[in-house]
Design a binder for this molecule. Structure first.
Ligand code: PMT
Length: 400
């Protein structure tokens, strides 16, 4: 949401019951540091008062195209040029039809025609109106033919009229997040990033395995952050309970050997490799064909053999990608991290203190120290989502 600081947003509100959510949206935009100008249609003012939106936005609400006083302040062309982005939430079927036909019969539709800023439309209407062929036609044509127009939603669910189906306006927080994403700096545009995440499982027999507590949260957050930064992202994931991040291609694996195979395939297309997976260093020397039975002995010995070092193999390639490792340590964090940076031939390593239960394995927060040949940067404790964005920004700055 920091990406909204000083951004100039026109929020268009049309006449639907979901207009009450727009007040919350203005509050979220303002909290994120944006400058918000609200433009209301006449019907919108039947649902929510301009005074409420004026108080929340800190700016006079615009509603009339033919108001000489308003035009003497910031006229409609000036307002259209002022905006970095125009969001219409809620957008009624009537507004969408007028937008599609290029009408300019009120201030909001006029601004949509006059602005060069991207327009985001969050529809809100009865499910039958949304499903109506005319509405669907208008939405499809706008999406295909007017590149500056994008639709957000609608959500499906229970509606104010009692119907159930698609047509609910997205929640204000979701719209605010999407708005922030439109301003994300595309630091990795044109780059391909491969990321390993989660644990590996090393089978002992058909029902047992050796593994660790990695949840995949850190690696998946990095995959999302890289995707948001404009990269094409491949996520090679051990077994975790997380959905695949949006617009990321995912390969699921179990063992370190399978992870290595997935990593090496298509490595020639990879610009940046990030090894966040907690790969088992050892695996059983053999996998029993049948379930190992309890014997009379009180002890049992396992013979383990070393797994391949995946990230070291990546960094050995002749045209190696920019290679970023993690060092999960419980003692002498920076010393061990530096040793891994050098022994594995990495470009950057993220030292992660996994002895602290509030960060590291399976937590929502983390803290890292990023170490490269000549630089060291502490990233203070924060959510894995934010930390992943900071890591991606740092990588983008270090990239040759
Ligand atoms: O998944 P979460 O619950 O969110 O937790 C995140 C995390 C703690 C797992 C993550 O932040 C982290 O620290 N990942 C690295 C875990 C690890 O295995 O560290 P390591 O110090 O043992 O390994 C060093 C580097 O070599 C790592 O980049 C690792 O992916 C890589 N490696 C290790 C062994 C091996 N056989 N192959 C490897 O590629």
């Amino acid at each position: 949401m920091q990406r909204l600081t000083n951004k100039r947003i026109i929020l268009g509100i049309t006449g639907g019951i979901a207009a009450y959510k727009s007040a919350e949206l203005v509050r979220l935009y303002k909290k994120a540091g944006a400058d918000v100008r609200v433009v209301m249609t006449a019907a919108a003012m039947e649902f929510i008062t301009p005074l409420t939106l004026q108080a929340l936005s800190g700016n006079m609400v615009h509603s009339s195209l033919l108001d000489p006083e308003a035009e003497a302040g910031m006229g409609h062309i000036e307002l259209a040029r002022w905006a970095d982005i125009l969001v219409v939430a809620p957008a009624t079927a009537d507004f969408i039809a007028r937008l599609h036909s290029g009408m300019a019969n009120d201030l909001l539709t006029t601004l949509c025609l006059a602005t060069n800023a991207p327009i985001y439309v969050a529809p809100a209407m009865n499910q039958a109106m949304w499903r109506a062929p005319q509405t669907q036609h208008n939405v499809a044509q706008l999406t295909q033919q007017i590149p500056k127009t994008t639709f957000w939603g609608p959500d499906a669910g229970e509606q104010a009229c009692g119907d159930i189906g698609p047509g609910r306006m997205m929640e204000a927080q979701a719209i605010a997040n999407l708005t922030a994403n439109t301003f994300s700096k595309k630091l990795l545009c044109g780059k391909t990033v491969h990321i390993t995440a989660g644990p590996t499982r090393e089978a002992l027999d058909p029902v047992r395995y050796i593994s660790n507590h990695s949840s995949g949260k850190m690696g998946y957050a990095i995959a999302s952050a890289a995707q948001e930064a404009g990269a094409k992202v491949k996520l090679i994931s051990g077994p975790v309970n997380l959905p695949c991040p949006d617009k990321v291609s995912r390969v699921m694996v179990e063992s370190a050997e399978q992870m290595l195979e997935a990593v090496l395939s298509e490595l020639d297309q990879c610009d940046i490799f990030i090894g966040c997976a907690a790969v088992a260093d050892f695996k059983p020397s053999s996998i029993a064909t049948n379930k190992i039975k309890k014997g009379a002995d009180h002890t049992m010995s396992l013979l383990l053999v070393k797994n391949p070092d995946i990230i070291a193999r990546v960094a050995q390639q002749p045209n190696k990608p920019f290679t970023v490792g993690f060092a999960a340590e419980t003692q002498n964090l920076l010393e061990h991290a530096r040793a891994k940076l050098s022994s594995k031939n990495l470009d950057l390593i993220a030292a992660n203190d996994v002895g602290n239960s509030e960060i590291g394995f399976n937590s929502d927060a983390n803290a890292l120290t990023l170490i490269s040949a000549h630089q060291q940067l502490d990233l203070a404790q924060t959510s894995k989502t934010r930390l992943a964005q900071q890591l991606i920004e740092h990588i983008a700055h270090l990239m040759p």
